[in-house]
Write a protein that binds this ligand. Structure first.
Ligand code: PEP
Ligand code: MG
Length: 767
C-alpha cells in the first residue's frame, strides 16, 4: 500500500494543474481499490458548495455541473462531520441526495472521507460500489483516509495557484483570497512580487512563458554544451584513476545530453513557449518520476543522475542571472527561504515587502526586516511561490497574510492603511526627545536592538536612549568567513560611536539554533537544544577572545560598552566567560589601550536561568530577558515553526509569571533588569513589563515611538492594576484581548492593527 501511495503522491505532485491532479487521484484510487466509482468533490469558497471536480465511474459530463450545498447530501455530511462515512446501502440513508446527471442510482455502497488541510475542509473523496453486499472494509477505509491526508496539501497548493491567477474552482473570476502565514514585521506594503531562489535548485524554478523562443533555445544549447565540456574534462582528468566500468558513468551522462535525449525534449517545450529554465525543470522532473517508478534498482538510481545533470545545466543557465534581475520600484521579495544576502541585493529604497515560505516571526530574517521597517510575512507554507513572480502583492505584516492580484477595492482599502500608518509615524516624531515616563513620573529606558548599521541610523532618528542588544552575529552572517579582529573592531566602533555616551550592549556571538553561519555549519538533530550561544563560544575560546578583544579596543575613548552573554544555563558559564573577559581586558590595557572594564550582563532566556536569578545577578552587573527564546523554551514551541506558531504566545500566563519573578528576584539583589525580546516592542507587552518593574525595554526602532507614546499616556498604577488583572487569567488569548481592550479604551486602538475588523471581510479564507 505504501508503494501505491508513494507513487500516487509523486504523480499528483507532478501534475500541471489542479484538474490533472484530481483526474490522477480518482483514476489511481479507483484502480487501487478495485471499486467502480471514485470521485472528488471540492468545496468552492466562493459559493460554499461542493462541486464534483473529477470522477472515474460516474458520467463525465456531470463534472463541474453537479454541486451540493455545504451540508447537503452524504458529501455534505462527511464534510460537516469531518470524519469518514461508510454505508452499505447509501440510498436508504436520510441524507442521500440523488443526481440523475451522474448516473448514480446504480451504486449502493458509499465510502466518503473528508479532505482536510490545516483544520479546513477542502472537499470529500468518495468511492462507490454497485453491489450492496460489497461494504468497504476497515482496511479500505484506512487506505482512503491515508490517501486523503496525503493529498490535502497538494490540493491546497493547486487551489492556491488558481486563486493567485485570479480564477476560482469553477473557472470564474476569483474573489480576493488571503494566504495566511505568520506576521514577520509590522506594516502594510503594496508592490510587485520578485521571486528569488537559491541558484541551481530545479524545484524552485518559476514557471514562466517566453516570447523570445530563439533566445531561450540559444541559451539552453550553450548551457548543454558547457555541461558536456565540463563532463568531458572531468572524465579525462579522472581517466587514469578510474576503472573502465567506472568511466562508463560519464558516457551515460553524455548520452543523456545527446540531442535526441533530454535536450531534445527540453527544446520542444521551449518551442511551445516556456522559458528554458522552466522547460528544463519540467522535463527533468518527468524523467526523475519515470525512473523512480521503475522496479529495477539500477534504473531507479538513474533518477539521481538526471537530477544532477538538470542541476548542472540549470546552473549554467542561471550564470549571472541574479545580477541581471530587475527590481521594480516597489519590490516585494518572495522566496522559499529569504536570506539576509537576498535583502541586500535589492537597490536602496526599492524594497517594500518580504514574503518567505520558511521561517517564523522570530527568524533572523524577520528580525532584520523589523529593524529595516519592511513589512514581512513568514511561514506561508502552502503558497505556490513561483506563481507570485511579477504579480501585484499586498503584504499585511500586521496580520501575517498576503493577497495576490488584488481587486481594486482591496487595493484601495490597503492603500488607506498605508497612508494612515505614515501619518501616525509622522505624528510621533514630536516625542523624539521627550523622556519615556508615565503620567505619575515612573521612568523607563527605551533602547533599541540593532544588527546592521541601518538600524542605528533609524534608531537615532526615533529617539533611542542606547542599544539594549547589538546582535553581533548579524555582521558575521553577511560575510563568507569569520570577520577578523580588525573588521570586527570597525563594526563595533560604528555602533559605539553612534550612541556614545549612551550605553551600547553588545552580545557575544549567538550562533546555533536558527542562526547559521554558512562557513561554520552546525548539523544537529535538535539545534535549539544543542550547541548554541555561549556553549559554542566557550568551546571555541579563540572566537570569543578575538571578539571581546575587538569590542574592548573599539570602546577606547568612548567607554559606553556593555557585554552580554547569550543562552546562559549554568553559573559556571558566566564564571568562565568573566574569566576570559578579565583576561582580555588586562591584555588590552597592557597593550596600551586606555579602556574601562565594561559592565557585563547575562541574558535570561533559558528556563533554568529564571530559577537562578539571584545567583546570576550576584556575579554580573545587569540582566536582560530574551523573551523570544524564553517563550520558546517555556512553552516547548519552536519559534520558527509556522505549524505551531499559534501556540507561541508571549502572553501565556506561564511566560508572564516567569517575567514577574525575574524582575522581582533581580531587584531583590539590587541589579537592574531589562528585556530585549520582541515582547518589549509590543505596546501592550511594554505596558505589562513596565508595570512589572523592568528598568529598560529594548526593541526594534520602528516600535519605539509607539511604545513611548503609550507609556507616556498612562499612569504606572493603572498599568499595575492591568497586570494584576491579567495575572488572574489562564488563557493567553483572553489575556491578549484584555490588554488590547485596555489599550483601545486608553485611545490606542490604532496601534493594535489599523482597520483590522474591516479587513477581515476580505480575508475570510486561509490556505
Ligand atoms: C531573545 O531570545 O529574546 C533574544 C533577544 O535573542 P535572539 O532573538 O537573538 O535569540
Ligand atoms: Mg535568544
Amino acid at each position: 500500500m505504501l508503494s501505491i501511495l508513494r507513487s500516487l503522491v509523486q504523480e499528483v505532485n507532478g501534475a500541471r494543474d489542479l484538474q490533472e491532479a484530481l483526474d490522477i487521484i480518482v483514476s489511481r484510487v479507483q484502480k487501487a481499490m478495485g471499486t467502480e466509482v471514485c470521485s472528488v468533490y471540492l468545496l468552492d469558497p466562493a459559493t460554499n458548495r461542493y462541486i464534483l471536480m473529477a470522477t472515474e465511474g460516474l458520467y463525465r459530463k456531470a463534472v463541474g455541473q453537479v454541486s451540493l450545498g455545504y451540508s447537503e447530501g452524504l458529501v455534505g455530511l462527511v464534510g460537516s462531520r469531518e470524519e469518514p462515512i461508510n454505508l452499505e446501502d447509501a440510498p436508504s440513508h436520510p441524507r442521500y441526495r440523488y443526481f440523475p446527471e451522474t448516473g448514480e442510482e446504480r451504486f449502493r455502497s458509499f465510502l466518503g472521507v473528508p479532505i482536510i488541510h490545516h483544520r479546513r475542509v477542502l472537499g470529500v473523496l468518495v468511492v462507490q460500489q454497485r453491489e450492496s453486499s460489497r461494504c468497504f472494509d476497515e482496511g479500505e477505509e484506512a487506505f482512503l483516509v491515508t490517501v486523503s491526508a496525503q493529498l490535502a496539501g497538494v490540493i491546497a497548493h493547486s487551489e492556491a495557484t488558481g486563486a493567485i491567477s485570479g480564477m476560482s474552482l469553477t473557472g470564474e473570476e476569483a474573489r480576493d483570497v488571503s494566504f495566511n502565514g505568520v506576521p514577520g514585521a509590522p506594516g502594510v506594503a503594496i508592490g510587485s512580487g520578485v521571486v528569488v531562489y537559491p541558484a541551481a535548485d530545479l524545484d524552485v524554478v518559476p514557471e514562466k512563458p517566453t516570447e523570445d523562443i530563439d533566445g531561450e533555445l540559444a541559451l539552453f544549447r550553450a548551457a548543454v554544451n558547457a555541461v558536456r565540456e565540463d563532463i568531458e574534462r572531468v572524465a579525462s582528468r579522472l581517466a587514469s584513476q578510474l576503472r573502465p566500468e567506472e568511466q562508463a558513468l560519464f558516457d551515460v551522462y553524455l548520452r543523456m545530453l545527446g540531442d535526441e535525449a533530454l535536450p531534445g525534449e527540453v527544446a520542444n517545450r521551449i518551442r511551445e513557449g516556456i522559458w528554458a529554465q522552466g522547460a528544463l525543470k519540467q522535463v527533468v522532473q518527468q524523467y526523475v518520476r519515470h525512473f523512480e517508478r521503475m522496479d529495477d534498482h539500477y534504473l531507479q538510481e538513474r533518477a539521481v543522475d538526471v537530477r544532477d545533470l538538470g542541476r548542472r545545466v540549470l546552473s549554467h543557465l542561471q550564470e549571472g542571472e541574479q545580477k541581471h534581475l530587475i527590481y521594480p520600484e516597489r519590490t516585494v521579495l518572495v522566496s522559499e527561504e529569504l536570506t539576509p544576502a537576498m535583502l541586500g541585493e535589492v537597490p536602496k529604497g526599492q524594497l517594500v515587502g518580504l514574503v518567505s515560505v520558511k521561517g517564523s516571526s522570530n527568524s533572523h530574517v524577520a528580525i532584520l526586516a523589523r529593524a529595516m521597517g519592511v513589512p514581512t510575512v513568514m511561514g506561508l507554507v502552502d503558497i505556490p511561490v513561483n506563481q507570485l513572480d511579477g504579480k501585484e502583492l499586498i503584504v499585511d505584516g500586521f496580520e501575517g497574510q498576503i493577497f495576490a492580484s488584488p481587486s481594486s477595492d482591496l487595493r484601495a482599502f490597503y492603500q488607506a492603511i498605508c497612508d494612515e500608518e505614515d501619518e501616525l509615524i509622522k505624528g510621533l516624531e514630536v516625542l523624539r526627545d521627550k523622556p519615556c515616563e508615565t503620567t505619575d513620573g515612573h521612568r523607563v529606558s527605551l533602547l533599541v536592538n540593532t544588527g546592521l548599521m541601518t538600524d542605528v541610523v533609524r534608531s537615532l532618528s526615533h529617539g533611542a536612549e542606547g542599544i539594549g542588544l547589538y546582535r553581533t552575529e548579524v555582521p558575521f552572517m553577511i560575510k563568507d568567513r569569520f570577520p577578523s579582529e580588525q573588521e570586527q573592531r570597525e563594526y563595533y566602533r560604528e555602533q559605539l560611536e553612534a550612541f556614545a555616551p549612551n550605553p551600547v550592549t553588545m552580545r557575544t556571538l549567538d550562533i546555533g539554533g536558527d542562526k547559521a553561519l554558512t562557513y561554520f555549519p552546525i548539523q544537529e538533530e535538535n539545534p535549539f537544544l544543542g550547541w548554541r550561544g555561549i556553549r559554542v563560544t566557550l568551546d571555541h575560546p579563540e572566537i570569543f577572545l578575538v571578539q571581546v578583544r575587538a569590542m574592548l579596543k573599539a570602546s577606547e575613548g568612548l567607554n559606553n560598552l556593555q557585554i552580554m552573554l547569550p543562552m546562559i544555563s549554568n553559573i559556571s558559564e558566566v564564571e568562565e566567560s568573566l574569566h576570559l573577559i578579565y583576561r582580555v581586558y588586562h591584555e588590552v590595557r597592557e597593550e596600551g589601550y586606555d579602556i574601562h572594564m565594561p559592565k557585563v550582563g547575562v541574558m535570561v532566556e533559558v528556563p533554568a536561568a529564571v530559577y537562578q536569578i539571584r545567583e546570576l545577578a550576584d556575579r554580573v552587573d545587569f540582566l536582560s530577558v530574551g523573551s523570544n527564546d524564553l517563550t520558546q523554551y517555556l512553552l516547548a514551541v519552536d519559534r520558527n515553526n509556522p505549524r505551531v506558531a499559534q501556540l507561541y504566545h508571549s502572553y501565556h500566563p506561564a511566560v508572564l509569571q516567569a517575567l514577574v519573578r525575574i524582575a522581582q528576584d533581580a531587584h531583590a539583589v539590587g541589579k537592574p533588569v531589562g528585556i530585549c525580546g520582541e515582547l518589549a516592542g509590543d505596546p501592550g507587552g511594554a505596558l505589562l513589563l513596565m508595570a512589572m518593574g523592568y528598568d529598560s525595554l529594548s526593541m526594534n526602532a520602528a516600535s519605539l515611538p509607539k511604545v513611548k507614546s503609550v507609556i507616556r499616556s498612562v499612569g504606572r498604577e493603572w498599568a499595575m492594576q492591568l497586570l494584576e488583572d491579567v495575572l488572574l487569567l489562564d488563557s493567553p488569548h483572553v489575556i491578549k484581548s484584555c490588554v488590547d481592550l485596555a489599550l483601545r479604551n486608553a485611545g490606542f486602538g490604532r496601534y493594535l492593527r489599523p482597520g483590522k475588523t474591516s479587513s477581515a471581510a476580505f480575508a475570510e479564507q486561509a490556505v
